[in-house]
Design a protein around this ligand. Structure first.
Ligand SMILES: Nc1nc2c(ncn2[C@@H]2O[C@H](COP(=O)(O)OP(=O)(O)O)[C@@H](O)[C@H]2O)c(=O)[nH]1
Ligand SMILES: [Mg+2]
Length: 297
């Protein structure tokens, strides 16, 4: 799919396609429980009908969960533990890309068996450009280290990726956000950015700011899919690139729960919001450039 509408230079009817949003009913863990209780093969609603339709089956992939952290000692342990690691896939590991935390984040993450890499260069996007290049898994999953994203959904999301032969999934937080998860200005800012992104790119993604993605590492063999920004705009940039270069058929947006943050955010709501907004326009005009390269130093 070309996510750019014809009047802005896009060239396909697909660019007018509506957003693809799927719901994952119940958590993967709850689903596994149902399978065990019934002792029969249960087809999960909406995600059914494929090769991996029994969650008790080990998915034939190595999954790496990449998590950027900066002073997240209050939530890092629960974030890691929220992702099941009970044999649902062949191998799962956690790569923490830490931006020089001054609290106990690194030590606590290592205590949970995670690999910790210190990326002293500042920025959320910078951390991911390092983590994506270093992740050993065939499938990469991302989330914040603040207990906002539902780790328990990871097996179901990876299964959907394999089952439906997708390359990339982004998780929409807006439809299932729990009370207090997106307070006042945050919610409004998110709406402004997501609406602007839709108008400029027409790429069929509802939640332009979500930081939970599930995708095959191989997508980065195509350089055009690699996001370049060092800051928060990497999130929307990645979605724009994935939809444009991987196409609508190989990508999807899935609704997941979103919860109130644990621990203090370091984000500057106004500053980051305006930076994100400016990026949407400059990127549309082809005026953005890469400041630091892909991968670790
Ligand atoms: N390594 C690294 N991680 C960062 C940096 N800035 C933010 N993070 C992490 O990126 C994730 C997203 O940041 P967060 O404050 O939750 O942003 P929000 O979800 O947009 O409000 C969190 O896990 C942060 O700890 C940074 O400069 N370097
Ligand atoms: Mg967050």
């Amino acid at each position: 799919m070309d996510p750019i509408p014809p009047h802005l230079g896009g060239n396909s009817a697909d660019s007018m396609a509506m957003c693809m949003v799927f719901d994952i009913p119940g958590s993967a863990t709850a689903f596994q429980e149902r399978v065990h209780r019934a002792g029969v093969r249960i087809v999960q609603n909406g995600l059914a009908g494929g090769r991996f339709d029994n969650m008790s089956e080990t998915l034939p992939v190595h999954v790496t969960v990449v998590i950027p952290t900066r002073n997240e000692e209050e939530a890092i342990v629960d974030t890691i533990r929220s992702v099941p690691s009970d044999g649902w896939c062949e191998k799962i590991d956690f790569l923490i890309v830490d931006g020089n935390s001054t609290d106990r984040t690194r030590e606590l993450a290592e205590g949970e068996g995670a690999t910790v890499y210190v990326e002293p260069r500042k920025g959320y996007g910078r951390a991911y450009k390092t983590g994506f290049a270093m992740a050993p898994g065939d499938v990469i999953v991302t989330m914040d280290a603040d207990c906002t994203y539902p780790g328990e959904e990871v097996p179901g999301l990876v299964r959907k990726l394999l089952d439906e032969d997708l390359e990339w999934i982004t998780c929409d937080r807006l439809r299932k956000a729990e009370e207090g998860a997106m307070p006042g200005l945050h919610g409004f800012g998110n709406w402004v950015l997501s609406t602007t992104a839709t108008m400029l790119y027409w790429y069929g993604v509802h939640d332009s700011q979500s930081g939970m993605w599930v995708f095959r590492k191989s997508i980065f063999e195509d350089e055009r899919v690699r996001p370049k920004h060092d800051g928060m705009p990497l999130s929307q940039e990645f979605k724009i690139r994935a939809r444009r270069y991987l196409g609508k058929k190989r990508t999807a947006e899935v609704s997941v729960p979103y919860r109130p943050r644990v621990g203090e955010a370091e984000i500057n709501t106004w500053g980051d919001g305006l930076l994100n907004l400016r990026f949407l326009f400059t990127h549309r005009l082809g005026l953005t450039r890469q400041v630091t390269p892909w991968g670790p130093e």
